[in-house]
Design a protein around this ligand. Sequence first.
Ligand SMILES: Cc1cc2nc3c(=O)[nH]c(=O)nc-3n(C[C@H](O)[C@H](O)[C@H](O)COP(=O)(O)O)c2cc1C
Length: 224
Amino acid sequence: MAGQLHCGASVSRRSETIAANSVVAQYERARSMTSENPSALEFLQTRRSHPYLTLTAPTPDADELIQLLTVAARSPDHGMLVPWRFIVIERPAMARIADALRQRGAELGKVPSLVGKAAQVFEKANLVVAVIASPNPEAKIPAIEQTFSAGAVCLSLVNAALAAGWGATWLTGFGAHDTEFRRVALGIEPPEYVAGFVHIGTGTKAPEERPRPDVEALVSYISE
Ligand SMILES: Cc1cc2nc3c(=O)[nH]c(=O)nc-3n(C[C@H](O)[C@H](O)[C@H](O)COP(=O)(O)O)c2cc1C
């Protein structure tokens, strides 16, 4: 980086000044990009998803939602394939999606009470963003890395919504994993699939903390 910052600094006095200024500007930019952000850190240390039943209207309007999706789209993406897209499911579509899930659950012989619960997830929802993993099978980037990118988008969308003051959670359910439900309800075909249904709304209750892993027990070190 330092080498890059200093290149071209000796052509003439005027260009030296310009180059020097731009070195300072670049340095300042680089420094600000790596400077501390305690409020972001505190947000990440305390963030919590909201149980979907505690989410209600209002939901983000169209402009607000595009802002949240823009944040979510700013996610790591090996090869810049953009192997994901968004389907916004609005309130009037929820009953149809829930019916499709009920029908598919019956066809698959699933336990009716569990199917009912899964359908309720949509029936009670006001706004759901289906994050669609849209992998490119021809790409050199392994499929799993494209999946990771879609997962990163889901978390980033939840975090963006929480940071903007909304309640949000990332759900899936059997429908997310069923090709036929995805086709009927969302109009998607393989190789696309659902990375997550991100529910966004107004939180009515501060979510309780849930158990968190003992991080030290998960860490090992390689030192030589
Ligand atoms: C891929 C994925 C799918 C999930 N699907 C569900 C689900 O269908 N139902 C559910 O109750 N929780 C599901 N969860 C968990 C919720 O997101 C859950 O509420 C989460 O553990 C809250 O954690 P947080 O407070 O750290 O955000 C899922 C999580 C992930 C990562």
